[in-house]
Design a binder for this molecule. Structure first.
Ligand SMILES: [Zn+2]
Length: 283
């Protein structure tokens, strides 16, 4: 699946899609609460009101640049709270190469935040060691985000995600700690969308008068457009996360901006429009 924004092309590469089983992340999104949101069907929920979700990377090609935004779960990882996220043996790297993105051709890795499903393929296991998967890339981590997780790690002993997927990049000198309005190239920059995590950033793309935004996790599922007050259990600060959803969705509503969801299944992208006191995604 691909989108063209002026000179920039965005390609979705799926690692994992699920239907149901998302109650742990969005407890308010019960089947009874989801069913009345008719526009979620069939792309974003099944007939029983169970949510469809996706873990995917977004490959962003700008003139002279190849950027991967968020690196999913990874293979061989241990100590994950969700059983099926442990010791995965998925085909992600093969799929990436087949899609025209061999890992050594990526020049920039960008993590919207440092949660488990956004940093996994930063590293891969080689001879018992976690080594950078994208060995020719600079890895961009938000400075605020990185410092938050490093501090947590120092306080709680090594958190496995930070230890196996972030720290090895930093130790090998491949990490750049950036501000959350960092300009990556003339077409692409970050914008702060705090709340889900302390240093969460989203990605803005502008080229030849066309515009797109990659959400990261300020919204996990389009149902949060109909209900911006539905917080994720993974939100660090639920009130700030809701305020960010209302602010960003309000600024996108009715504008010619393609919103590309980091966990949105199926068509994944669309335009934001107002509906009553909330929003919907036009796909
Ligand atoms: Zn996520």
């Amino acid at each position: 699946m691909q989108w063209q924004i002026g000179d920039v092309k965005v390609t979705k590469l799926v690692e994992l899609e699920t239907t149901g089983g998302s109650r742990f992340i969005l407890p308010d999104a019960t089947p009874e609460a989801v069913r009345p949101i008719s526009w979620l069907f069939p792309h974003f929920a099944d007939a029983n009101g169970r949510l469809r979700m996706s873990i995917h990377a977004l490959l962003v090609e700008a003139p002279g640049r190849r950027i991967i935004v968020d690196t999913c779960l990874g293979n061989d990882k241990k100590g994950r709270r969700i059983a099926t996220w442990n010791e995965r043996q998925g085909r992600f790297l093969d799929d990436l190469a087949s899609a025209g993105f061999p890992r050594e051709t990526i020049d920039t890795v960008l993590c919207t935040h440092l949660h488990v499903d956004h940093v996994g393929w930063n590293t891969m296991l080689v001879d018992g060691q976690w080594v950078p998967t994208f060995s020719k890339a600079r890895y961009l981590f938000g400075r605020v985000e990185f410092e938050h997780w490093r501090e947590q790690t120092e306080r709680t002993d090594m958190l496995p995600v930070f230890a196996d997927s972030v720290q090895p990049i930093f130790e090998r000198g491949l990490a750049d700690l950036v501000e959350w309005d960092h300009q990556i190239c003339s077409e692409i920059r970050l914008t702060p969308t705090t709340g889900h995590t302390p240093g969460h950033a989203s990605v803005l793309i502008s080229s030849r008068g066309q515009h797109a935004m990659i959400t990261g996790d300020f919204a996990h599922h389009p149902c949060q457009m109909a209900h911006p007050e539905w917080s994720s259990t993974a939100d660090y600060n639920a009130a700030a996360a809701e305020a960010t959803r209302r602010r960003v969705l309000g600024s996108l509503a009715g504008e010619p901006v393609l919103m590309i969801g980091t966990h949105f299944a199926g068509p994944t992208a669309g335009r934001v429009v107002r509906e009553g006191n909330a929003f919907r995604l036009l796909v």
